[in-house]
Ligand binder design. Structure first.
Ligand SMILES: Nc1ncnc2c1ncn2[C@@H]1O[C@H](COP(=O)(O)OP(=O)(O)OP(=O)(O)O)[C@@H](O)[C@H]1O
Length: 719
């Protein structure tokens, strides 16, 4: 019986097919599985036929219906795995198939595809242009070095014509996948040794040597798990074709697979990476791995907001497909975990209050004690010094380091601050309320003395880690016994939007030697990435562990599309009208309303957007109301609520000088210079987060003066 495998190109075509054609594919594939290879070749219904003038002699088409053909790579070496490559309308199937050639990469041993015809046609012309070019992109790498990294003769000839990165990117669609990736890394400045270690050695099967012959098609398919899915059981086919396909569940990039499925880490491990690099995907696969290692272990998967926790729960259920395993995972926010813990271990929990209510209490305290500071100063002192260092007494506060605060406080002043802290706590206690971070501090204390067999977990997986406060980290540290695989942490310091400053090492979470970075963005086009990254140019970003600086070096996307649009209007009415016109265009291009998001710094801006959309007959819904995917309507969200989400099209509106940064959230430099800088950076990161939610199209607009973070887009060079 033949074996079946599906290439990633197949899923891209299959996903958008109409139902009857999908049913035709299912039927054809089921038949494929039942026939012997000899019967398969003879079957009139499937009509497996070779492709005239195909550059790859193994190319075949099969009949799905009168109009549609499947394109298949058939083994000619005695092996029995057939690879389904694409489903295309009849006449296009032959041209698609004729130009493509599948080969085995000499270094990674994976199956790759190239557009061999286009490469042959383009290379001679480019060679002429390259002869006159002042410099070539890969001049410093010898042929030998490139060959060791898997570059073959045809690609090498093409590589020698490449002048710059844009030309390499333009070539990308035509080149074999692993070879293209090697070239991209070299173009980013990584050394051949780094590329060999991170890409080639990662993928090459154990024991393969450069001299070894390439092996069968079946062996190459087995070596290409990041792009090809092999059907291993007869009943698996229906399951695979019936579930909505999500590439992330199956085709992990080797760099993702290596991190998620590493058998064990000796202690806390950390994965960072820019937006859309699949950190959440890796976190979900790590949970799957941890659950599969023991039948009884309990895992906590945690993230920042309830909305994100709900999305994680849904995706994890899809990935696991096993209710018993799912029952061993708790998916929740750290605040909810802290709350539950305090309730379980100490009985009642006072009612937690939000940031706005907390500020009001501080304002009253400031007034009553006639303090020389603003309530904002006290909120920050309480958050960044007292709660961050878990200071519990006046004496401790007198001694504690205030590193990171830009204003000095003498002993007398510290005493006055502590008076305020006592009054603040007393006010909350009298009202039966508490702040979320106070609940966390209490939960961490209680867990420290609790039986972790009952109240703790065997493994913790933490997503969106960049925004956790030290008090929240203490809860996590206390909820798991220190040791192998205790904490698996994913996050991106460039997306820090809640002003948390953390030194993980000090909190007993050392990730030294167990820290990795993801670099390929799977969400957005390169054009959106380059644009969004310009928002952060020149900013110093502290790394996740609080031990140094983080950077986005090598961060890139394999996808391409239109450049983002940034536009200023004279009035806010004109801006909203411009937005409505843009949303209309997206809808006319067959984007569904729920694939479009409009976000702004403030809810009020979104209120007028909602009115205008509604006047134009376009439905809209608030993201904060957690509409399910089945709910129609353009999504509306504040920039903060966009964290962790993604949409085909995103419009960021109201990006004015007054709103981004929002002056009220910025400490004046004369009050505290360090806090001022950190506030400005936080607002900058917020714009970065909002714009990196877009997959295909990004539209940014303002009325009057644009945000200073948009200098680069609004006419002046980036600052
Ligand atoms: N190996 C993969 N194959 C296909 N798609 C992938 C892969 N890994 C991630 N993706 C997709 O890329 C998008 C971004 O992934 P994910 O949300 O995990 O990134 P992230 O790094 O957590 O992003 P952010 O930090 O911006 O929230 C998602 O649509 C995800 O399904």
């Amino acid at each position: 019986m033949p074996q079946l495998a599906f290439a990633n190109t197949f899923w891209e075509s299959f996903d958008v097919l109409e139902k009857p054609i999908k049913a035709g594919v299912r039927k054809a594939m089921a038949k494929f599985q039942q026939l012997t290879i000899a019967d398969l070749h003879a079957d009139k219904g499937l009509h497996l036929e070779s492709v005239n003038n195909a550059r790859d002699p193994r190319m075949r088409t099969i009949r799905i219906n009168d109009f549609w053909r499947g394109v298949v790579l058939a083994p000619d070496d005695g092996s029995d795995t057939f690879l389904l490559l694409n489903v295309v309308p009849h006449d296009r199937a032959y041209t698609w198939a004729a130009k493509r050639l599948y080969t085995v990469n000499t270094a990674t041993r994976a199956l790759e595809v190239r557009n061999v015809v286009a490469l042959e046609q383009l290379t001679p012309t480019l060679e002429k242009a390259a002869a006159k070019a002042p410099a070539l992109l890969f001049a410093r790498h010898s042929d030998t070095v490139l060959r060791q990294l898997g570059i073959d003769d045809q690609v090498l000839r093409a590589v020698r014509t490449v002048i710059d990165k844009p030309q390499l990117e333009a070539f990308g669609m035509l080149l074999p996948e692993d070879q293209f990736e090697v070239l991209q890394y070299l173009a980013e400045g990584f050394s051949p040794d780094d590329v060999y270690r991170d890409l080639v050695a990662e993928r090459r099967p154990a024991g393969a040597t450069p001299e070894q012959p390439s092996g069968s098609l079946a062996a190459a398919i087995a070596n290409t798990a990041s792009r090809i899915m092999l059907v291993t059981r007869p009943d698996e086919l229906a399951e695979i074709l019936d579930k909505p396909f999500a590439a992330w569940r199956v085709f992990l990039h080797p760099s993702q697979r290596r991190l998620a499925y590493r058998v064990s880490y000796k202690g806390p491990a950390q994965v960072t990476g820019g937006p859309g690099t699949g950190k959440t995907v890796v976190a979900l696969h790590r949970v799957k791995h941890l659950l599969s290692r023991s039948a009884v272990s309990r895992v906590l998967l945690t993230t920042y907001t309830n909305a994100l926790a709900a999305a994680l729960r849904e995706n994890l259920a899809l990935l696991l497909g096993d209710e018993k395993q799912m029952a061993r995972v708790e998916v929740t926010t750290v605040n909810a975990l802290a709350n539950r813990t305090v309730r379980a271990l100490a009985g009642r929990v006072p009612t937690p209050i939000g940031d706005a209510d907390e500020r009001q209490v501080w304002r009253r305290v400031c007034r009553r004690l006639t303090l020389p500071w603003t309530e904002q100063f006290l909120v920050q002192e309480y958050r960044h010094v007292i709660l961050a260092h878990d200071v519990r007494s006046r004496e401790e506060y007198r001694e504690v380091s205030r590193r990171g605060r830009g204003s000095a406080l003498g002993p007398r002043q510290r005493d006055r601050v502590w008076d305020a802290v006592e009054m603040f706590s007393a006010e909350l206690a009298a009202a039966g309320t508490i702040t979320h971070l106070q609940v966390c501090a209490r939960a961490a204390q209680l867990l420290g003395e609790a039986d972790l067999g009952v109240h703790g977990f065997d493994h913790l997986v933490v997503d969106e880690a960049q925004d956790l406060h030290p008090a929240q980290w203490r809860v996590l540290r206390a909820a798991v016994v220190p040791g192998p695989d205790d904490l698996f942490i994913t996050g991106d310091p460039h997306q820090r939007i809640y002003d948390s400053r953390v030194s993980l090492g000090v909190l007993g979470i050392s990730v030294t030697g167990r820290s990795s970075r993801l670099r390929i963005n799977y969400r957005s086009t390169e054009e959106i990435l380059v644009w969004s990254t310009a928002v952060l140019v020149g900013s110093r970003i502290d790394d996740l562990a609080g031990e140094g600086e983080d950077s986005l070096t090598g961060y890139r996307s394999l996808l391409h599309g239109k450049r983002p649009h940034a536009k200023g209007y004279a009035t806010s009415q004109a801006e909203v009208a411009g937005l409505v016109a843009r949303v209309r265009e997206w809808l006319a291009q067959d984007v569904q309303p729920n694939e479009i998001a409009v976000c702004a710094r403030f809810n009020t801006t979104l209120g007028s957007v909602r009115d205008e959309l509604s006047a134009a007959g376009i439905p809209s819904v608030w993201v904060r109301d957690h509409p399910g995917t089945e709910v129609d309507g353009v999504r509306l969200a504040t920039m903060h609520a966009m964290k962790g989400l993604e949409f085909r099209c995103v419009a960021v509106v109201g990006a004015t000088a007054r709103a981004v940064p929002f002056a009220k959230e910025i400490t004046p430099p004369e009050v505290d210079l360090l806090q001022h800088e950190s506030d400005v950076l936080r607002e900058r990161c917020l714009l970065f987060v909002a714009s990196t939610r877009a997959r295909e199209a990004l539209w940014v607009s303002w009325s009057g003066a644009p945000s200073p973070f948009l200098d680069f887009a609004a006419g002046s060079p980036p600052r």
